[in-house]
Ligand binder design. Structure first.
Ligand SMILES: NCCC[C@H](NC(=O)CCC(=O)O)C(=O)O
Length: 446
């Protein structure tokens, strides 16, 4: 193996809950206030990670964030003991309190945008944490995300870490969920496709009217500049504003790409034909497969409900591609039939594997949301913090850690329990030792 694409999944945090925080994300809204099961959620995630490692993939783990976020609540004027901060916030500002309890960092597709060394001017792997400005609960993530990424990819000979973009909706950036890299092989320079929802400084151009466009064109351009990408290797595509208005809040809800395959719904892009033809031209002479799903094959609502496109498209060690899909796809007869037929066609996609990630799906996060892709050379891989790489020992260790620290039921009322804060902090303190991250959390730095 000279090059690989590693998947770094977010470990679900001990406060995983359903608070209806994401306007425009239909699943998040429709499960608001349901009870959650953080233990089951974390274990569903670990099972997926272990299964991918067993398939011969390089699989890593990214630590969750410290929640409830007491530091932010204090910044917002709540004072006294930690218990008092929680109580006051829960009573006086329920929505703010709930936002500060979210375990949303589990969706590491939104942690950062990553450009592999084959694409960048200085030949290093570049990381820019996403600022996630559009949702308050998610805007609390980038600082600690940066700490965790630096502790995971520490060697500056191979890895370059940028600050997140300015915290303003003009530079709204949702990370890899709106970024796809196409290439003929992981080690060769690829085409980085940035998908945005609107132009921040142009009100005359199309944009959604019902739900927010979280990612701007200007943010995409800034990332391409920071990462040292050449104009010839970048394509900017606008997401179809109408599909954002129907609940497609990130591009990875309607398209997924890997190597020379782009799998997408026909309604995914604005000016689709021009965008795809630019992709084809820049990709060059090597074969490129556009697998377009028509509305007549799978309707938009079925695609959103089942997360057909929030699937992982992986190249297995034997060179064939497999789709990692949520069980919701298997349970929907139209989507299941589509996938069964897809693997018989003349494309690199030859199999489908279904995983139960329902705890995450209820908040609008499928298999693809749960992972950050990092294409690496062999030398870069050996410079990665080895304690974060999944294997039998780490899988067993993290399962026991979850058993020791996680609850199997959380309601809104439980979130204000000061004991949950204590449990979360001792869990995370132990986790930073297991993953050898050092002190990445504010509570460890006081
Ligand atoms: N890539 C998938 C992200 C899902 C995430 N959901 C949430 O934050 C829901 C949290 C809640 O409602 O409790 C989001 O919308 O950004």
């Amino acid at each position: 193996m000279q090059h690989c694409e590693a998947n770094f999944d977010g470990l679900v945090g001990p406060t995983h809950n359903y608070a209806g925080l994401s306007f425009g994300n239909v699943a998040s809204f429709s499960n608001a206030s349901a009870d959650s099961n953080p233990k089951e959620a974390a274990k569903q995630g670990l099972l997926k990670m272990k299964a991918l490692a067993d398939m011969g993939m390089v699989q890593g783990v990214l630590a969750p964030q410290e929640r409830p976020d007491i530091a932010t609540l204090r910044r917002l004027g709540f004072a006294g003991s930690d218990a008092r901060v929680l109580e006051q916030a829960a009573t006086q500002a329920r929505e703010v309190f709930l936002a500060c309890c979210s375990a949303s960092s589990m969706w590491t597709a939104n942690a950062a945008t990553v450009s592999p060394s084959a694409d960048t001017a200085d030949g290093r792997v570049h990381f820019t944490p996403a600022n996630l400005t559009n949702k308050f609960h998610r805007s609390l993530e980038p600082q600690v995300t940066g700490n965790i990424l630096k502790a995971t990819f520490a060697n500056s000979k191979y890895f370059a870490h940028h600050a997140h973009l300015p915290d303003n909706d003009h530079f709204g950036d949702e990370g890899a969920a709106n970024h796809t890299r196409l290439c003929s092989s992981y080690g060769h320079a690829g085409i980085e496709m940035f998908v945005y929802g609107r132009h921040a400084f142009r009100h005359d151009l199309p944009q959604p009217t019902r739900y927010p466009a979280r990612q701007t064109f200007e943010a995409c351009q800034a990332i391409a500049r920071l990462h040292g990408l050449s104009d010839e290797s970048v394509v900017y595509i606008q997401q179809n504003p109408n599909v954002i208005d129907q609940g497609v809040f990130h591009n990875d809800v309607i398209a997924v790409g890997n190597q020379n395959v782009l799998f997408y719904h026909e309604l995914a892009f604005h000016n689709s034909e021009a965008a795809l033809s630019e992709l084809r031209t820049k990709f060059g002479d090597n074969p490129l497969h556009f697998v377009e799903v028509k509305s007549s094959e799978v309707g938009l609502q079925d695609a959103i409900k089942t997360y057909l496109f929030n699937t992982q498209l992986l190249t297995l060690p034997d060179g064939n591609m497999t789709i990692i899909a949520p069980t919701e796809c298997e349970e929907n007869s139209t989507v299941a039939a589509y996938l069964a037929e897809l693997v018989t066609r003349d494309t690199p996609i030859k199999s489908v594997n279904y995983f139960d990630v329902k705890q995450s799906m209820r908040n609008g996060g499928g298999p693809a949301c749960l992972r950050l892709r990092v294409a690496l050379t062999e030398d870069e891989l050996s410079a990665v913090n080895a304690s974060t790489l999944m294997n039998e020992a780490l899988f067993n260790r993290l399962n026991s850690w979850v058993d020791k620290h996680y609850r199997d039921r959380l309601s809104e009322q439980d979130l204000r329990d000061p004991q949950l804060l204590t449990e979360s902090r001792s869990a995370l303190d132990e986790l930073t030792q297991i993953l050898k991250l050092g002190s990445v959390y504010p509570f460890q730095q006081n």
